[in-house]
Design a protein around this ligand. Structure first.
Ligand code: OOB
Length: 539
């Protein structure tokens, strides 16, 4: 079999490539190594075939075993009639099979569309339709949700869909474990071609598809591994859903495979369960979102577990408040790394040797020397150094456009190729970025703009407050009024108490909440970030 990847292949329709000159420069500078992603597993299997690659409760699988399993998976998928360049929607939980399926698809040149277990019919149907997926690979069920029922609806809604492969009890579909494993040769992979598609974490409208190439994603994972000083002695725990960019390649699963370390999985990030996994597998590094970091820190008071192996806790996906950042090392014994990233590309990391001040108060600095970052005002002009503005970026692993979304791309990217992140940031002289909110996450109270992030940071400093979210509610006189939704421990503070507390912290009067709501928990997105859209709808 030979490669079918040419620029005229149908899967490239709607893909926005890097400009030729830029691509040449990234290659010449060594960012793009011309390696297919599947090669990372191959190289580690050659270098240390007997080292453990995947760990679970029943034992471990060596690099040699996983390497062979991925080849067999690739051959089996091709033998079913799925072709290189075809798209397959993958919706799997955090289990070791995720890795064999992923590398099987990559080696077959079949493009995985990586969706999260929490996605439901609306998202999956949209993503399968948009990508014209020929296949859907899912688990049988999770909790009381049955993915096979979803597959049934999907089959009638998406005309291109021909193959449903199920991990577990297949019901009326094909058992993933039963597909033929004795196929022939694998195709040559063009490293400039699309390797996989991620789903945007965007907070407006339906999710977008983010096509990442072998070249850019190999760099994403290997450069991230370097920043985290990852070696074959490391054990990475996939705590967040594996299909999300953060646990997948920052450095995550793929970065760990690239250095020959071991990957363990947990489908349940509760402290009880995750701490047991850390202890059992001697986990050295994992990634979490801020609400989870907070919960883990608090839980060290009641969960007895040996967490001494954990050297690095990566926290990102949403802003970690300074008060919570300071808790991480005393509570968990691990170094804190703040990670400000996006599926579209740009990754910012605090470095392991950054002073505590930067670790606690910034969201890191760009991964690559060739990441281009601009901080601009609403007219698109660069702001003064240190001033707040929107982050625009381009670089060797940042997309130039969403897949099959020309109209949206005209707004989301500048004519010269910068991605408009929608994030408000300040850049320090060291290059570190401080995220101060989202352009759209502001409350307009009588003409004054209030950053929800800023207000939330102050609310979280209150000793009784565990989680906080600020939302604007319609108001006849002011346009919007400020509502603070709080999850508290013990007694709920009164509005007057909260206002007094915030005023004492020096917050302007117009930013003080007009009303408070108490909740037992805040709604979260598929990856566990606080879901402001859902919260606004229910408040
Ligand atoms: C990560 O990726 P996405 O695509 O789910 O979400 C990206 C957005 C960013 O534009 C920003 O608004 C927010 O999530 N974000 C943060 C943040 N990290 C992400 N906001 C404040 N502080 C942070 N540390 O969330 C993602 C991808 C790779 C690595 C880490 C996170």
């Amino acid at each position: 079999m030979t490669s079918t990847s040419t620029t005229s292949s149908p899967h490239r329709d709607g893909y926005v490539p890097f400009p030729t000159q830029t691509a040449t420069a990234y290659r010449a500078a060594g960012y793009w190594a011309g390696r297919p992603l599947g090669d990372l597993l191959r190289a580690s299997a050659r270098a240390h075939p007997h080292r453990p690659a995947l760990l679970d409760d029943s034992g471990s699988r060596s690099y040699a075993e996983v390497d062979v399993a991925a080849d067999r998976m690739a051959q089996g998928l091709l033998a079913l009639g799925i072709s290189p360049g075809d798209r397959v929607v993958v919706q799997l939980p955090n289990v070791p099979e995720f890795v064999t399926v992923l590398f099987g698809l990559l080696r077959a040149g079949i493009i995985p569309v990586l969706t999260l277990p929490a996605h439901r019919r609306a998202e999956i149907e949209h993503l399968a339709g948009l990508s014209e997926a020929v296949g859907y690979i899912a688990a049988d069920r999770a909790g009381d949700f049955d993915y096979r029922e979803l597959a049934t609806t999907l089959r009638s809604a998406v005309p291109t869909l021909q193959h449903v492969l199920v991990l577990g009890d297949p019901g009326p579909f094909t058992d993933l474990a039963s597909i033929p494993r004795d196929g022939g040769e694998l195709p040559d992979i063009d490293p400039t071609d699309i390797a996989l598609m991620l789903v945007s974490g965007g907070t407006t409208g339906l999710p977008k598809l983010i096509a990442r190439t072998h070249d850019d994603y190999v760099y994403n994972a290997t450069a991230s591994a370097e920043v985290c000083q990852l070696t074959e002695a490391d054990v990475y725990l996939a705590t967040l859903p594996a299909a999300h960019n953060f646990p997948l390649a920052c450095p995550g699963i793929i970065g760990t495979v690239g250095v020959g370390g071991a990957v363990a999985f947990t489908g349940d990030p509760s402290p009880e369960n995750a701490f047991a996994s850390i202890e059992r597998h001697r986990v050295t590094i994992t990634a979490v979102v801020p609400p989870l970091a907070q919960l883990w820190c608090a839980a060290t008071e009641w969960e007895a577990a040996d967490l001494s192996s954990l050297r690095l806790l990566q926290v990102g996906g949403a802003r970690l408040a300074e008060v919570n950042a300071k808790e991480v090392t005393p509570a968990l014994g691990a170094t804190l790394q703040q990670v400000f990233g996006m599926a579209e590309g740009l990754l910012n990391y605090t470095r392991l040797d950054d002073p505590a001040e930067l670790l606690h108060t910034t969201q890191g600095r760009p991964l690559s020397p060739s990441d281009e970052v601009r901080v601009v005002d609403s007219e698109g002009n660069d702001v003064a150094p240190g001033a707040e503005g929107e982050l625009l970026t381009k670089g060797p692993y940042t997309i130039r456009g969403y897949y099959r979304a020309p109209e949206h791309n005209a707004r989301a990217f500048t004519p010269d190729g910068y991605y408009r992140s929608g994030d408000l940031v300040r850049r320090l002289p060291s290059g570190h970025l401080v995220v101060s909110g989202r352009i759209k996450d502001v409350i307009n109270r009588g003409g004054e703009n209030i950053s929800c992030d800023e207000l939330e940071e102050h609310l979280l400093a209150h000793p009784a407050v565990r989680h906080a979210a600020a939302v604007g509610l319609p108001d006849a006189a002011l346009g919007e009024k400020v509502c603070a939704v709080l999850v508290v421990e013990g007694e709920m503070p009164t509005l007057v108490e909260v206002k007094t507390f915030l005023a004492a912290r020096g917050l302007a009067t117009y930013k003080l909440p007009d009303l408070l709501r108490r909740r037992d928990r805040l709604p979260v997105t598929a990856v566990g970030k606080i879901d402001k859209k859902a919260l606004r709808a229910e408040t």
